[in-house]
Design a protein around this ligand. Structure first.
Ligand code: IMP
Ligand code: MG
Length: 180
């Protein structure tokens, strides 16, 4: 069990979702994706860095052939609000044309990042394009984005843990928490 008195967890306010609840839901998402893509090959594109932990658990619950690639793209500076400016830090190498592409992201907030990435991928002619996010914060949406798989809808709080950071910290927490 994680010790909340460790210095790296001193700024944690409250636990929003404990590990067992997250893992149960990730398993359900994996089943749903397995059923929906029955008999098809998938290309998973994981958005670094936040979706890394989610991806690791999700892919072990997808019973299908898939390839894996990564992209690092962000609309965040060091603040807790979207800058609206999309920056590429790492570009994927797989040819997406004719592929069943499934984007894996940690959280959708303003929608700017996923809206941009979906347009970018669509211009490269995938056979299909779907999006899976673990968390949806609908309160601050600026761009409508079609999301096909959502783990949890959460309130408009800044959350950390299970891959999500604040200033690159807290990614290793096994749970999802709010900060003080
Ligand atoms: P959007 O472009 O505003 O939808 O921002 C999406 C990205 O911002 C996510 O992929 C996260 O990396 C980051 N983000 C948004 N909300 C949170 C949060 O509550 N905690 C940590 N990162 C967040
Ligand atoms: Mg992200």
């Amino acid at each position: 069990m994680t010790n909340l008195t460790n210095t790296h967890t001193m700024q944690i306010d409250k636990i929003l979702l404990p590990e067992n609840v997250i893992l149960q839901r990730v398993q359900e998402l994996g089943c749903q994706i397995t059923n929906d893509y029955h008999g098809k090959d998938i290309l998973l594109i994981c958005i670094l860095k936040g979706a890394l932990v989610f991806l690791a658990d999700l892919m072990r619950n997808i019973d299908a052939n898939f390839d894996l690639d990564f992209i690092q793209i962000s609309s965040y500076g060091n603040r807790t609000e979207s800058s609206g400016i999309i920056t590429f830090h790492h570009e994927f190498t797989t040819d997406v044309s004719g592929r069943n592409v499934l984007i894996i992201d940690d959280i959708i907030d303003s929608g700017l990042t996923l809206h941009y990435l979906r347009e970018y991928l669509l211009s490269r002619n995938p056979l299909s394009l779907r999006t899976c996010v673990l968390f949806d914060k609908p309160a601050r949406r600026k761009k409508h984005v079609e999301i096909n798989y959502v783990g949890f809808e959460i309130p408009d709080d800044f959350v950390v843990g299970y891959g999500l950071d604040f200033n690159e910290k807290y990614r290793g927490l096994r749970y999802i928490a709010t900060l003080k």
